[in-house]
Design a protein around this ligand. Structure first.
Ligand code: TXA
Ligand code: MG
Length: 330
């Protein structure tokens, strides 16, 4: 079983242990502000392969390469003025930029899936410290088995893949709770590949540009590799825009809004009684896991506003509700 090291009480020791494991090519459970990542040396083929094995990911999708700061990112990706502007406005933070791969970058082709582009992000806090101490970018998808809900606590990571890795660093619950926003930056503009922790509205306000939204909706063709319609799948079925809950179901509500049948629900979880989308995003994956743990077969989810962070929340909920391969069934 993985050792869980709490970083607030022993930051120096945790940092040292993390760097040792990364230098051996081992993936570690690393807290970021969005979700917990399964992080490994982005320049090391063996280490990247171990990420895929640990996740049971059936094929190689490009991974996000996490940087300690803009200086490191510039060594691996080509920044045009628009990319510079976004990096300055939103880094460190929950924004991933897809940019041309720099000619002399040593990020391994397994991390970019051989594409001429690379996805880069600078996380906040402890994750950035680990990358700076290690001195090389870290490839890190979410630290869950493929198709499962992303982890927002160290315990989630331990429950899902704790028997497959040696070390999980624990920085408490993730502040954002949904993955980063992925934006492709080209000379002709910006394309939203995945809604996430930085809102489209904030990016549009910063740049004065409209984001084209070409991420895949469930049932539509894939744009970003790895943006599978069925993803973030709980064991239970998810029913969206529910106006009532039936006996035995879990109700996932929002803003203390009433839903018919609540008194007979197995469990009622309000993503944010105050109606705060930030709080709802931070609670989303944990509440889906709790709903699953209750043994319910159906999770009835109230409609959630679609603006701001609601775009990412609704995207993840649609994926959780999408038809999925039989292997994910309870
Ligand atoms: O918040 C996050 O982004 C988390 C934390 C750990 O940082 N990481 C994460 O990584 O969600 P992952 O591997 O689950 O998502 C990476 C996404 C995939 O959908 C992949 O297709 C897309 O990024 N991606 C990576 N490189 C790309 C590229 N060159 N072009 C287009 N999409 C790319
Ligand atoms: Mg993931």
């Amino acid at each position: 079983m993985a050792q869980i090291l709490t970083i607030d009480s022993s930051t120096g020791r945790a940092l040292g242990r993390a760097v040792e494991a990364l230098a051996r090519g081992e993936p570690i459970g690393l807290p970021t502000e969005t979700v917990y990542g399964l992080a490994a040396d982005a320049t090391n083929a063996e280490a990247i392969t171990r990420i895929y094995e640990t996740k049971d990911r059936p094929r190689f999708n490009p991974l996000i390469s996490h940087m300690s700061g803009l200086d490191m990112a510039r060594r691996h990706a080509v920044f045009n003025p628009l990319a510079e502007r976004l990096a300055n406005a939103f880094w460190p933070g929950a924004l991933t930029l897809v940019l041309p791969l720099a000619p002399d970058s040593d990020i391994h082709a397994l991390a970019t899936a051989g594409l001429p582009s690379v996805a880069v992000r600078v996380p906040t806090g402890f994750a950035a410290d680990v990358i700076a101490a290690f001195g090389k970018p870290l490839a890190a998808p979410s630290a869950n088995r493929s198709g499962r809900i992303s982890p927002t606590t160290a315990q989630h990571v331990a429950d899902d893949i704790g028997d497959r890795i040696g070390l999980i660093l624990d920085a408490g619950p993730c502040a954002v709770g949904v993955e980063s926003t992925i934006v492709e930056v080209t000379d002709s503009g910006l394309r939203l590949l995945r809604p996430g922790g930085v809102t489209a509205e904030a990016i549009e306000a910063e740049t004065g540009l409209r984001l084209s939204r070409q991420h895949s909706d469930p049932g539509q063709p894939l744009v970003a590799p790895g943006m599978m319609a069925s993803h973030y799948a709980p064991a239970a079925q998810v029913r969206l825009d529910a106006e009532r809950v039936w006996p035995g179901e879990v109700a996932l509500t929002f803003a203390a809004r009433p839903m018919a049948g609540l008194e007979d629900a197995r469990l009622v979880l309000d993503l944010s009684p105050a109606g705060d989308l930030r709080e709802a995003a931070a609670n989303l994956f944990d509440y889906l896991k709790r709903a699953d743990s209750s043994g319910a077969e159906i999770i009835a989810v109230a409609s959630i506003p679609g603006a701001g962070l609601g775009e990412a929340i609704n995207d993840r909920l649609r994926r959780a509700a999408a038809p999925r391969p039989a292997t994910h069934a309870r």
